[in-house]
Write a protein that binds this ligand. Structure first.
Ligand code: S3P
Length: 169
């Protein structure tokens, strides 16, 4: 079984994915990290040198390469569900889990040191611009995120959530 963790930047996909996978002794994949290894560049460098469109095509291809993977939790990038019909592909090939959070909560997390400058879409925004960006992008992305099989309020997610809400699904 493949478990796809989706949600906005800063919603906790990598954090919870890694923790749950370790607890249940299944695989864990962080898509951004895999793209960085494959391209030998950081996500920011890829956006700068080759553009977002290129990044999205690498991302979509990588996603489809997981088709025969053993049971794993896959932490997607924040935009993964919104391009190249990826959301449909994920729903056809596994269980999608949306970590939902309010724009204010996302802002609070992204304002923490190191969180913003590693993310090319938001690295140059001040606090007011960042909140505006999050609100706008969230509206655009909700229709994709909302197609998830399971929607979790990221605020109340704990180490037990996978066992309590995801496994029984
Ligand atoms: C993006 C989110 C990032 C990364 C890239 C684009 C997005 O992943 O894939 O910077 O479009 O929201 P995280 O959600 O892990 O930060």
């Amino acid at each position: 079984m493949l478990f796809f963790l989706i949600g906005f930047m800063g919603s906790g996909k990598s954090h919870w994915g890694k923790l749950w996978a370790a607890e249940y002794k299944i695989g864990f994949i962080d898509m951004d990290a895999e793209i960085e290894i494959a391209e030998r560049k950081t996500v920011s460098e890829i956006f700068d040198s080759k553009g977002e469109e290129y990044f999205r095509s690498v991302e979509a291809e990588l996603l489809r390469s997981y088709v025969d993977l053993d049971s794993s939790i896959i932490a997607c990038g924040g935009g993964t569900p919104c391009f190249h019909k990826n959301m449909k592909w994920m729903n056809d090939h596994g269980l999608t889990i949306y970590l939902s959070a309010t724009p204010e909560e996302i802002l609070r997390r992204l304002m923490k040191a190191q969180q913003q400058n590693q993310r090319p879409l938001i690295s140059k925004l001040n606090q007011a611009e960042l909140l505006f960006f999050i609100q706008k992008k969230m509206k655009e992305r909700e229709p994709f995120y909302g197609q998830a099989n399971i929607i979790l309020d990221s605020f109340s997610v704990t180490e037990h959530t996978f066992e309590e809400k995801v496994l029984p699904y």
